[in-house]
Design a protein around this ligand. Structure first.
Ligand code: HAM
Length: 445
């Protein structure tokens, strides 16, 4: 019996070359848009102390309660593969004293994250996010800018059609505490109609009841008090300003008081883009303000605002056209020389090797001439490839054609032919003038 072939773990996938081009487009668009707005790239470690997420993301959240990949290292430290990027970025902000830099500090990332969730289309256990975090400003204009940047990115990637933007405000921790009490009273008054998991979380996290799919719970929540009605004056004014700026920017949104995001650090603005192109996992990207997170992680009181969007979901919803791989400038084909064979068993191998070496010195084998042309072409900045698969000359030309090569150099015994694949014309030239001829030909275009 042969052992079963190894497979990628459930909820993970290989990024194959055919999908890599679309991924690169997402990355290029994110870089152009975010760096144009003053965001700089940050990359935090793939794992962090478990404590960071327990404190930052919140111990009552699904992520911390059941979705973390947590392990002990050799010294018994509890570490966790990062389930999200905001807590790590804030940890880095505190650790590197970034509050001393000019504010706001704007950072973006494109990294993979890990959550032990039920795998399905658009929901992976290792997934990629592009994210943007701005720390050190509580200006409503920063909230609006952040949302507009994600809207712009999604629209550039072809998602604009089926997108919906939901927006709400969770207020400050104080107004939320008062609201939480009122919501708990409402939930307790209807305990019998609620899903058991909602009932169990009445004390811990009553807001999450808005996320429930359970019919009885939904009916109770439809009559529940709304957090938006409990905002204090400052929070309400902040939210009104964010909305006015989005209106000004022409970004359409719906105010949805039931929008609660599955992470505990949010204060004031929260938002989420969903796409009707996606099935059950319709969230493309979302985020919000987290004015208490940095101080909670031991830093100075520092407001923050950001978002993250799932790359897999962007690709599923955006249907980016598959870009053809770029054509190359030069393909170096060669005729296999007859008479130089690898050393044969039993005979004196070293003699054969030195014979081949002498042949190269005497005029160069085709392979070494071809390899020399290849290296010279690359040194001159051309994109070039050579034959590695032992094809016949005819098949090498076919292969060069499929690669979209503009020129093909055919290195033969004693002479080299340069073929212009566009005009079909060809000339016999010295091998060491191939690069010059190709450069001249390309510049004449
Ligand atoms: P999140 O809503 O948990 O927020 O994740 C953001 C996006 O990541 C989702 O909208 C979705 O596209 C993608 N995503 C999440 N989980 C999965 C999964 N299992 N498989 C595939 N894609 C997934 C955050 O992570 C916050 N850190 C966002 C943020 C940044 N808030 C403020 N700053």
């Amino acid at each position: 019996l042969s052992a079963p072939k190894p497979k990628a773990p459930r909820g993970t996938h290989d990024l194959l070359p055919a999908q890599a081009a679309a991924r690169l487009r997402v990355e290029a668009a994110a870089r152009a848009i975010l760096e144009g707005a003053g965001y700089e790239r940050i990359e935090t470690p793939a794992f962090e102390a478990t404590e960071l997420f327990a404190r930052g993301v919140g111990s009552s959240t699904d992520i911390v309660q059941k979705e973390m990949y947590t392990f002990a290292d050799g010294a018994g430290r509890s570490l966790t593969l990062r389930p999200e990027g905001t807590a790590p970025v804030c940890r880095a902000y505190v650790e590197h004293g970034m509050h001393k830099l000019r504010q706001p500090v704007k950072l973006w990332y494109l990294s993979s994250f890990f959550r032990y969730e039920r795998a399905q289309a658009g929901r992976q256990r290792q997934f990629w996010q592009v994210g943007a975090e701005a720390l050190g400003s509580s200006e409503p204009a920063l909230d609006a800018e952040s949302i507009v940047l994600l809207a712009q990115l999604l629209s550039e990637l072809g998602l604009a059609g089926g997108l919906r933007l939901r927006l709400s405000s969770l207020g400050s921790r104080d107004s939320r505490a008062e609201y939480g009490e009122r919501l708990r009273e409402h939930l307790r008054a209807h305990e019998g109609e609620l899903a058991s998991e909602v009932r169990e979380r009445i004390n811990l996290n009553p807001l999450r009841a808005f996320d429930s799919e359970h019919a009885g719970t939904r009916a109770v929540m439809a009559r529940a008090p709304r957090l938006l009605d409990f905002l204090d004056r400052e929070d309400a004014a902040h939210f009104a300003e964010v909305r006015a700026l989005l209106d000004e920017a022409g970004v359409a949104y719906e105010v949805d008081a039931t929008l609660v995001r599955g992470l505990d650090y949010y204060t004031r603005t929260v938002f989420e883009f969903t796409s009707e192109e996606l099935g059950a996992q319709s969230g493309v990207g979302g985020g919000g303000r987290y004015d208490g997170l940095v101080s909670q992680l031991g830093g100075p009181q520092t407001p923050g605002m950001g978002w993250a969007a799932g790359i897999e979901r962007i690709l599923l919803a955006g249907q980016l056209p598959v870009a053809a791989s770029p054509a190359i400038d030069l393909y170096v084909a060669f005729e296999r020389e007859i008479g130089i064979s690898p050393p044969e068993g039993g005979s004196d191998g070293s003699a054969v090797v030195s014979a081949a070496g002498r042949e190269r010195r005497d005029g160069g084998s085709q392979v070494s001439v071809a390899f020399g042309v290849l290296c010279a072409a690359r040194a001159a900045g051309l994109s070039a490839q050579m034959e590695f698969a032992g094809r016949s000359l005819k098949n090498q030309l076919g292969h060069a054609n499929r690669l979209g090569a503009r020129y093909v150099a055919i290195v033969g015994a004693g002479e080299t032919t340069l073929k212009d694949m566009q005009s079909g014309g060809q000339e016999t030239i010295a091998a060491d003038t191939v690069v010059h001829a190709v450069l001249r030909g390309l510049h004449e275009l």
